[in-house]
Design a protein around this ligand. Structure first.
Ligand SMILES: [Zn+2]
Ligand SMILES: [Zn+2]
Length: 241
């Protein structure tokens, strides 16, 4: 699978970073993990077609992970009328508010035969011929998840946001298995607070996004301390897993 980091900033945008948004490509289809960035503009900017977009998986409802979803759903409702997609939104109230926002913005009543909303629970929530998607609860807020994406033998964990200072010990155990990558935030805790987990981590690479600027220096200093590389992608960077 190809992973493009469309937005790598923490809860606040920065000069050259949008908020959380990752684009996955597999088998010619396009998927999004979170949409805290202008997802439609960025998909098009990377040469992708909305027609190939299949599903959005959000980790939680905070706006730095969801605000781009409104425009995406609104445009798919009134403009891209041949397109359909699945939208995984973690709370029913947020689904209702999204539909209401789109309706009151003049983009019409959401056509739920094409734009299908799902409230994910722990476990596998989606599977097609390309990928399988599993939601793993975290304790960042009352309803929040990490997302494990499997493509054949390959597995990537997108952590979403974790608890403040990791006090609720909500890093998923799957990082102790040989997964292909762990995409980890670095805003609600410092790198030293993550260090005990990195000691146990067997991921082939750890990729930091949603990082506060002062934490990038910590990551630079820690490079070489582990068997796996620590990566800090910029917006627009992509990797092939
Ligand atoms: Zn966030
Ligand atoms: Zn959050």
């Amino acid at each position: 699978m190809k992973i493009t980091f469309l937005g790598t900033s923490h809860g606040v945008p920065a000069k050259e970073r949008f908020c959380s948004c990752v684009m996955l490509e597999s088998g010619g289809s396009v998927y999004l993990i979170d949409a805290g960035a202008p997802a439609v503009e960025l998909m098009l900017g990377h040469g992708k077609r909305v027609e190939d977009f299949r599903a959005l998986f959000t980790t939680h409802t905070h706006m730095d992970h969801t605000v781009g979803m409104l425009h995406l759903i609104g445009l798919m409702n009134w403009h891209y009328k041949e397109c359909s997609a699945e939208f995984f939104i973690t709370e029913q109230a947020h689904v209702d508010a999204t539909k209401q926002w789109i309706y009151t913005s003049g983009a019409g009543v959401v056509d739920e035969s094409r734009l299908r909303f799902h409230i994910p629970e722990a476990g596998v929530v989606y599977e097609d011929e390309n990928i399988k998607v599993e939601y793993i609860p975290t304790k960042h807020m009352e309803t929040s998840y990490a997302i494990l994406v499997t493509e054949g033998e390959k597995r990537v964990l997108f952590g979403g946001d974790f608890s403040y200072k990791l006090k609720k010990r909500d890093i998923p155990d799957v990082i102790c298995e040989e997964i292909d990558a762990f995409v980890c935030e670095l805003a609600h805790f410092d790198l030293p607070m993550l260090a005990p987990y990195l000691e146990e981590c067997r991921a082939k690479k750890v990729i930091f996004v949603h990082a506060k600027p002062r934490h990038y220096a910590d990551v630079e200093a820690a490079k070489g301390n582990y068997l796996f590389p620590l990566l800090t992608p910029a917006d627009g960077d992509c990797i092939e897993i």
